[in-house]
Design a protein around this ligand. Structure first.
Ligand code: GLN
Length: 472
């Protein structure tokens, strides 16, 4: 499977037709059924679009993504198609409109090939919380691909598509990217429109690209970024031409290494892999500084209070009437609500709704929600202050390599701790990229995380490209 840039080149120079590429891609996806990556494949639509785009290429009127085939996480709306969010509640739901990111990609003639499996409503770190069954990691099929964008990560890692879209609320792009040995970017909050992304925790959620190279990430980010009047939290800042600007190397920088992240819980092989990249950076003249972020250790606790509080409110709409499957044999309104929700939601989603409702309830609101809001602010301030002293923060993406299917399903808290390194960027709205950083002795992928200043997604990409080069 070619990377996007190579594929665009091949298609746009007419070495092959897009129609044949789409047909081959669909056959490839079908041959990988055992990984359970795709929930829907848009065969007829994609082939019909390919024919149209082939003509546009001949006429010289095609967009800059003519030749790009992309898979999309099933919590992002594609008009006229199913949108399940990995849930029984939405098993039969057809969305009437497309997300802004989909419109932007299609305006540039990218082809959305289908939808990828995910943890139900994006809640999870292993893709085992999908109503449609778990996804297997293409690099190690007895292991999880990470989550919640596990399907999108596996689609790229298994060479079924060159690029995919995921969503990241607490790490769901970066953690599966690390587990599958690919790149994944959570953009600055507000950089990419959330219009058409099913809300989990609205003040954290961002859509972002997953791909094998930082160049491909940059190209897709450039297309999907920008102000959107349909999303009141999208920002008005200009979008740099990431794919061109990334060629100017990142020089003269200081990198902060938070000592709190390199604790005893960190797998020793991951630690060694990250440290060897830091040494390489240092020997190339980069200044490396140990930093301390004392409040960051509260990140997971804060996230699981605020994230679940927002989720409990966002998921109220799946009541069997407005959205969600409607239970049969419910005789009165209350029963319609409770039975539909009891039947539609899985165990993890219910756990989060109960927790979220609890922390918002009278008597506990100040104690939990109010306090967590204050600590979120402290963590964000701590990070922003740190960026007065250093240009980037480098850390691992996950404390362990990908774990075995079933290994953590009975231990929700242990599962939650997978996100300790990724959550801070969501709490503070900062851009963060996961890039591959070698493998363990058992050949399991390791990821390295780069966090940067708010709205300076470009510098994060540049440093990502530099580190990617060290892997070669
Ligand atoms: N794993 C985290 C959770 O379960 C993050 C999810 C996400 O980023 N969508 O909440």
């Amino acid at each position: 499977m070619l990377d996007i840039l190579a594929s665009l080149n091949q298609i746009q120079s007419r070495k092959r037709s897009l129609e044949s590429l789409v047909a081959d891609t669909i056959n490839g996806i079908r041959s990988g059924d055992e990984f359970n990556i795709f929930l829907d494949i848009y065969e007829d639509n994609s082939l019909a679009k390919a024919v149209e785009i082939d003509i546009k290429i001949e006429q010289g009127t095609a967009g800059k993504l003519a030749g790009c085939i992309i898979a999309v996480k099933d919590n992002i709306c594609v008009s006229g198609q199913k949108l399940t969010c990995g849930s029984k509640a939405l098993e039969k739901y057809i969305t009437p409109y497309s997300a802004t990111v989909i419109k932007k990609l299609e305006d540039e003639d990218a082809i959305v090939i289908g939808k990828t499996n995910m943890d139900e409503f994006a809640m999870g770190s292993s893709n085992e919380h999908s109503y449609f069954g778990p996804v297997r990691n293409p690099d190690a099929p007895d292991r999880v691909p990470g989550g919640s964008s596990g399907g999108s990560a596996a689609a790229v890692a298994g060479n079924f598509v060159p690029v995919s879209l995921g969503s990241d609320t607490g790490g769901s792009i970066r953690q599966p990217a690390a587990f599958c040995g690919i790149c994944g970017m959570k953009p600055s909050y507000g950089r990419v429109s959330r219009y058409g992304l099913t809300a989990f925790a609205s003040s954290f959620d961002q859509i972002g690209p997953m791909a094998r190279t930082v160049d491909d990430i940059s190209l897709i980010l450039e297309v999907i970024s920008g102000y959107d009047p349909a999303d009141s939290t999208s920002i008005r800042a200009d979008v740099p031409e990431y794919s061109a600007e990334i060629m100017n190397e990142q020089k003269d920088m200081t990198i902060g290494i938070p000592k709190e992240f390199f604790n005893e819980e960190l797998d020793s092989e991951i630690r060694n892999a990250i440290e060897s990249k830091i040494e390489q950076l240092a020997s190339d003249g980069t200044r490396i500084e140990e930093i301390s972020l004392p409040h960051i250790t509260c990140s997971a606790a804060v996230y699981y209070i605020l994230g679940n509080a927002e989720a409990s409110s966002n998921l109220a709409r799946y009541d069997g009437i407005r959205y969600g499957c409607c239970a049969e044999n419910a005789e009165e309104l209350e029963a319609v609500y409770s039975k539909s929700r009891a039947e539609g939601f899985g165990e993890e989603v219910k756990r989060r709704i109960i927790l979220g409702t609890y922390v918002l309830s009278a008597g506990y609101y100040e104690e939990y929600y109010g306090k967590a809001q204050m600590v979120r602010k402290m963590i964000a301030e701590e990070l922003n202050d740190t960026f007065n002293k250093v240009d980037f923060i480098i850390s691992p993406v996950t404390p362990t390599p990908p774990f075995r299917l079933g290994e953590k399903t009975d231990e929700p808290l242990n599962m939650y701790l997978n996100d300790i390194f990724t959550i801070p960027a969501n709490l503070a709205g900062l851009p963060a990229l996961s890039v591959p950083c070698g493998t363990t002795s058992g050949r399991l992928p390791v990821g390295l995380q780069i966090m940067g200043r708010y709205c300076d997604d470009l510098s994060v990409l540049k440093l990502g490209k530099l580190i990617e080069r060290y892997n070669k």
